[in-house]
Every structure is written in C-alpha cells, then in structure tokens.
Design a protein around this ligand. Structure first.
Ligand code: KG4
Ligand code: ZN
Length: 348
C-alpha cells in the first residue's frame, strides 16, 4: 500500500511516499527554520506563508524522486493536528484537494502518532527493515510536546506521563535564546556543548523526588537565566563559557528524560524503549540512554530526518491506522485541521 504523506504542523513543508508503512520511497522536507534563526522561535504567519509557496514544488519533487504517478497512490495521510493552525490548514487543504482530484481516501493523523511511527521507517537504499516491537515504552520529545507512552500496538496506547510546562525541545530552544545561540536551539546547543564541560555548572533535577512520570522543564530554563545573572555572564558570551553552559544545560535536560524513562521501566518493564521526536536527534541523550539502560533495546529512528518533523512518519502512521482499523481509518472525505487535537486520537 503506497501512501502519500503530508506534514505542515510547524515550520516544515514535507511530502513523502511510503510503502507499507516502512519503506520510504521519497521524502522531501523544506524547512523555513532559517527564517527564524534570529527570532528565537517560529512566527506562525510567516511559516504558513512560506508553506503555501513550498507545497507545490515539494509535492512535484516528491513524486518525481519516486517516479510516481497519482495512479500508484492508494491513500493520502495528512497531519490534522496539533500544531500551528495556519500551517496545518496548508497541509489539510492540499490533502483534501488531491483527494478530490485523484479520488483517493484521506487519513487524518495526530502529529504525535506520526512521531511514534518513525522507528518503523527505512531509507530507500536500505535492505534491512527495522523491526521495533510491542509492548514498548515510547518517549516522544519535540518542540511542542514531551510524553511517555506505553504502547501495546499502533492504535492501543496509554499515556504514562507528560510535561507539566515546557516541552524538552522548547527547553533547548529557550535555553539557546538565552545563550545567544540560533533557533532551532537543540542542534545549536548540542554543537556548542561538544567542547564544553557538562560538570561546569550545576542545574536542578526537576521533580527529582516526586513519585510521577511527568516532566518539567521550565525550572531548568529559569535556572539557566539565574546562572547567567549570578555569574555576571552577559552577551556576547565568550565561546568557552557558552560551551560549558550548553553542555551543563543539555546534560540536565537529558538526565531528566532518562531518569523518567528508567522510573517508567521499573513500573512497566518492557524490553524495548522507542525514542522519537526532534529531541531524539540528540547524541548525548542517545549515549546516556545506552549507558544507563544497557539491558534495554533502545530503538531510535534510523535517520535524523525521521526524528524531526517529516511527512514519512505521517504516511507510516496512516498506514498503521488503516492496518489496524481497516477502512474506518479513512476520514469521511474532509479532514479538519485542529491546533489542539486531543490525545484521544492516539489512545481512544
Ligand atoms: O519533532 P520536531 O521536529 O518538531 C516538533 O514537533 O516540535 O522537534 C523540534 C524540536 C526543536 O525544539 C529542536 O530544538 C529540537 O527538536 N531538536 C533537538 C535536536 N534537533 C532538534 N534537540 C536536541 N538535540 C538535537 N540534536
Ligand atoms: Zn514534531
């Protein structure tokens, strides 16, 4: 089953063709994050305007890369939420038009279910199919959400914990802004941290002793602000000091994530943990996970492009929704965009 995926929930315009939920035939991602490198975050109106411009070329490129014609496509999957409403509308409107034009069924996909499906993706040239298993714990950590799920199947999921304030990626983005580093903050902090000392500055352990699987990141961002103030560090921050701050701050975020996963594993001992969402691209997080949980199979999307927002994961999720729910996965022709799509769409 070949699915055309469309993802426009934030600042990316992405189109993909994925066969049977796993084999990526083509993936095009055009990001407008460069527009926002100095603004500290995405300006929704600007992101949506850019997506209107990028959508048609991205679609053409995606079809050409796979030498695909509309007749080859079985269904269209599109992110229906949550996300920036103007951006979502670019994707859902495109999907609805193509669905009517090509007479293809539509599947609306919750953005998080897309991320959760990313470990199944395999690049066009790869011979080996990754085979993530159920039951599994899954951490989905991005700029918009941080959630810990217990997964029994693609459509049977239990939410174990979520952030009470900022998302993990948001902590990276806001921390980067404080350090004078560009948006998106995750890759910028990771780069700066490479030459830094993670023990140079102390950060609190959020919700340290609390008996909960929830997360909290806003205190870390405030601690970074106070660290700058208390040490009299002002812009422009010297490179070596910035490296130490970035390394220490990154370490605190990663340790908080790993701490909660370890705690969850004690309560729900699954052999596998899936790590997805933009923050799963973080190298220090990956190292810390394998060091802390040597007996656990840590399953991460095989490409960085599958960790951050992309349409292949949406096509995969659309496929799995259909595989487990049959034709009832098809939206009745219209797929509405919703900026605040409830989690019931993942765990009905
Ligand atoms: O999943 P994603 O692409 O978009 C959302 O759904 O939000 O995640 C984007 C987030 C941003 O906050 C970005 O700073 C973070 O993921 N991110 C990273 C890394 N790459 C992207 N965080 C830490 N380390 C990275 N290497
Ligand atoms: Zn995302």
């Amino acid at each position: 089953m070949l699915i055309l995926g469309i993802e426009t929930s934030c600042d990316e315009t992405s189109v993909a063709l994925v066969a049977d939920g796993t084999r990526v035939r083509s993936l095009v991602i055009s990001s407008s994050s460069m527009l926002f490198s100095q603004t500290g975050g995405v300006i929704p109106e600007d992101a949506a305007r850019r997506q209107v411009e990028c959508m048609q070329p991205a679609l053409q490129q995606c079809m050409a890369n796979a030498s695909c014609t509309p007749a080859d496509i079985d269904a269209i999957a599109v992110t229906s939420g949550p996300g920036l409403l103007g951006s979502l509308l670019v994707g859902t409107t495109t999907a609805r038009v193509l669905s009517a034009l090509w007479n293809k069924p539509l599947i609306g996909v919750h953005h998080t279910l897309g991320h959760l499906s990313a470990p199944w993706l395999t690049p066009p040239e790869s011979q080996d199919l990754p085979s993530p298993t159920f039951p599994a714990l899954a951490l989905s950590a991005s700029g918009g959400h941080t959630e810990l799920w217990l997964r029994h199947s693609h459509t049977a999921n239990t939410l174990l914990g979520a952030t009470r304030d900022d998302a993990a990626g948001e902590a990276f983005d806001k921390g980067a802004a404080l350090l004078g580093l560009p948006y998106p903050g995750g890759p910028a902090i990771a780069r700066a941290a490479e030459s830094g000392d993670a023990l140079a500055f102390a950060f609190p352990d959020p919700l340290g002793n609390k008996d909960t699987l929830d997360f909290s990141f806003s205190g870390l961002k405030t601690a970074l602000r106070y660290t700058l103030r208390d040490h009299g560090i002002a812009a422009p921050i010297p490179e070596a000091v910035c490296a130490d701050l970035a390394a220490s701050y990154q370490e605190a975020i990663c340790r908080h994530l790993v701490h909660k996963i370890s705690r969850a594993l004690q309560q729900y001992p699954t052999p596998t943990v899936h790590i997805v969402g933009g923050v799963s691209a973080n190298t220090r997080l990956r190292t810390l996970l394998t060091e802390t949980l040597p007996a656990t199979d840590i399953c991460i999307p095989v490409r960085i492009a599958y960790c951050t927002d992309n349409a292949a994961m949406i096509a995969a999720a659309g496929y799995f929704l259909h595989a487990e729910r049959g034709d009832s996965a098809f939206a009745p022709f219209v797929t509405e965009a919703s900026s605040r799509l409830p989690q019931q769409a993942i765990a009905p």
